[in-house]
Design a protein around this ligand. Sequence first.
Ligand code: BGC
Length: 754
Amino acid sequence: MSEEAPIADILDALTLEEKASLLSGGSGWETAAVERLGVAAVMLTDGPHGVRRLADVGRFSLDASLPATCFPTAAALGSTWDAGLLTEVGEALAAESRAAGVAVLLGPGVNIKRTPLCGRNFEYLSEDPVISGQLGAALVRGIQSGGVGASVKHFAANNQETGRMEISAEADVRTLREIYLAGFEHVVTTAAPWTVMASYNKVNGVHAAQNPWLLAKVLRAEWGFDGVVVSDWGAVLDPVAAAAAGLDLEMPGTGGSSAARLAAAVNAGRLDEAVIDQAAARLLKMLGRAAAASGAPGEVDFARHHALARRAAAESAVLLKNESAILPLDPTGGMTLAVIGEIARTPKFQGAGSSQVSATQVDSALDAIREAVGEHPRVSFAPGYPLSGEQDPALLAEAVTAAAAAETAVVFLGLPDGADAEGSDREHLDLPDAQLRLLRAVAEVNRNVVVVLANGGVVRVATWEQQARAILEGWLNGQAGGGAVADLLFGRANPCGRLAETIPLRLEDTPAYLNFPGSAGVVRYGERHYVGYRYYDAKDMPVSYPFGHGLSYTSFAYSGLQAVVDGEGEDAVVRLQLTVTNEGTVTGKEVAQVYVSDVESSVDRPVRELKAFAKVEIAPGQSALLSFELRARDLSFFSPVHGRWVLEGGDFEVSIGGSSRDLPLTATVTVPAPPLAGPLTLASSVREWLADPVGGPVLMEAIAAMQGSALASDPAILRMVESRSLDRLIAMTGGRLDTTGIGDFLSQATCETR
Ligand code: BGC
């Protein structure tokens, strides 16, 4: 089948049973084939940071997969704030997918990190929807430019693993739109992924894979998604309800039982055959796209991908602190180094679950450090703690001896196995006791302690950070992470990662603390849209390290902000220009972050929200001129009563700098917009109804349908009644005005997520 294959012809030729068979997998990892008509199966595999291609794709299992490059996990990639780099990673993923015969790679994951406890946070990009959306879209573009489909997951509000198959995420519509859907919206509307994966959980009581509000209304009708909605593996309970809600492909295959239920539902008149036709057509279109790209895949250059994985890992590490510029270390000087911690030798570089990749090779930081320092025996190593189990006093004593004998101690710490894992959440934010005891003991004998962290979800640093002069947050950084850490420690790379999630002082401070993980099958998003920094800033709370934070071996100054407003209302554009100067002595990359605050609003809004960012490399003594454009949407909130994004005219403060709490440039701009009419009700005037972009057309349609009425044919009559309330107009027409559309509009506005 080619992309231009006559889908309508194939649909015509397929029997109802064959069409229905396309709507669920042919196996654990493949779509169904219809050999009679040359419709071939294609393969979908995980994702998201490497190709997890099982040897036996016919079977659904999580067994080991074929070797593939393990790129840094999403927690790391999100911290790069570098869309171009994510596109490069996506291109490499596509090349490996095609070589492995994979048509659709199951990623990226753009769920919001609602709580740092979520076991799958390592698979997600950020606590902020702008980062999740922009970086997710960049990955999709990279993957799809190589002729491989992406699957943006897990749609939607899948923010915890506890009870993940059944839990109902209960959130108000504004919270969903502004936080949990906005990243998906950006990916869908700007990068056109081949597929979107519907998650396991319920959203406001309805399973995502069977949720018409989510799939038909928001995803398809509003965002214009015309690709395939695939279920998460095993997310469909009722294939008929799923198809009716807008799901196209149930995975994994169910051995024909779902197809039989779908066909039976059509035959019994419980499901419109058009629903099956539409889903089958979307599937056929996807198969056509895959076929169009299925030429000879070419050799994969694994060495090049390993080098890319190393660069990406270096770009994602966040230098949290660097007292007295202890880093970078000078490998050519006479210093002696104690490398401490089993993780230096046995890297932790990915999390557990369906994303786990069989890496082509794994670099340890210990080897890379030894390589950087050369043959000279100035590097000692002590494991310090076992990877699992209790503290071993002998290991501790050996590490303390090594630390005491060295000028600098680099201590590798990280989360234990099972902490960053699909299927379960963490219970606390602390590093293992054995590691903290080790750090304390090392710090007692050596003042120059550098900590390197390996973790997917953030860890608490407040209890021990004073024992370290520098902390490098390395994340779960993929198979080449060890080399990247050595590059950063010795200044061959300059740290340029920035926190895409806040590091809180303690678990009790976190936004969802009182509302996580829920009970009796329900988790209430009671913190509403105050997630991550939006929460800490609203409460003016201290944190360990704020969103956006990250140090460099150089320093940057911001100057010369100019802000100009063009246009008004929906057409308004705020144009920003500013200069960033590298004031240090080495080349470095800065991430300029643009935050917006609405000075006065009719609703409660976060103190500031990230709306744009740019990563730029600047040579020492040089400056970069940066420009940004903010659009109406960047200034708007989602109004549930209006059922749409709303820009309220007035003053907005724009703040720019290197983190959410370091914003040296500020400008106030005035953005004109028409006054915001209140929510429409039957008591609203006809004029108010007509002025509403959604309600107006609904009313006009009802009026136009009044055959023979002067109201429908004479605009002057309509003008005469404009000041009346709608219920009076309805009464005046003596029942001739059909109020069905108006009733639907009003019930949707008050109950938006049903
Ligand atoms: C996960 C998905 C994954 C799928 C296939 C599910 O359990 O939630 O992220 O793509 O399995 O392995």
